[in-house]
Design a protein around this ligand. Sequence first.
Ligand SMILES: Nc1ncnc2c1ncn2[C@@H]1O[C@H](COP(=O)(O)OP(=O)(O)OP(=O)(O)O)[C@@H](O)[C@H]1O
Length: 244
Amino acid sequence: MTDDILTLESLTAGYLADVPVLEGVDLAIAPGQAIGIIGRNGAGKSCLAMTIAGALAPQHGAIRLAGEDISATSARARVRSGIALVPEGRQVFAQLSVRENLVAAAYGVGRRLTGSAFGQVTEFFPILKKKESHLAASLSGGEQQMLAIARALVQSPQVIVCDEPSLGLAPVAIDSLAQTLATIRDSGVAFILMEQNRGLLEDLCSSVNLLDAGRIKMTVSPEELSRPEVMAAYLGHAPTADAL
Ligand SMILES: Nc1ncnc2c1ncn2[C@@H]1O[C@H](COP(=O)(O)OP(=O)(O)OP(=O)(O)O)[C@@H](O)[C@H]1O
């Protein structure tokens, strides 16, 4: 028995039956720990996020939450048991207000959004409280990302899987996102970040895994990301000055 909240054991999975994208992935993550996943386009990062969240079923191997094998459970059961997905592209309900988006997320785990839950979550993102009646479509990209994370938080997750949270955000929005995610992590929530932004990985993660053609090719500390051989493995060629 370990203290890890989530473990993946020899996980093989893909979008189509018998066409594996991920092969033999092993990962372990403790409460209050964040780990990063990097990889080229098509390496399988989104496939990994969706398999952990239960949107894709494993073909082989196991996913354990607090030691219990949840590999065969549905996406709905996964989120109820404490695994929340913040999908690539945010996917908030554009034509619902900020508050309605949070009500819908709470409903997804069979709860009403209480005033105190709304207060707790918007403490992390005060702008969402200020804009609670605004349509999600009217929010900036950074605010929509905050809403996507707030939707996960109202589901009281033990693990949040974030697929490319910095995508399309300005540097200042990424800095502010990193600070907030660090506060959430320090409250005991575990994070898996499919992410390309080195600053965000350095601010949040204790280790970073390089996914290459569906396999974990190496695991490094965030500080090691700038090593030429790590960057070359990630990029597939010698690094240039602005890479990663
Ligand atoms: N819906 C799908 N059906 C079948 N194959 C898919 C589907 N989506 C992606 N793939 C394939 O699965 C492989 C992994 O894709 P995936 O999107 O998981 O990688 P990724 O690392 O998230 O890439 P990106 O950084 O471009 O989002 C790729 O070869 C891709 O072409």
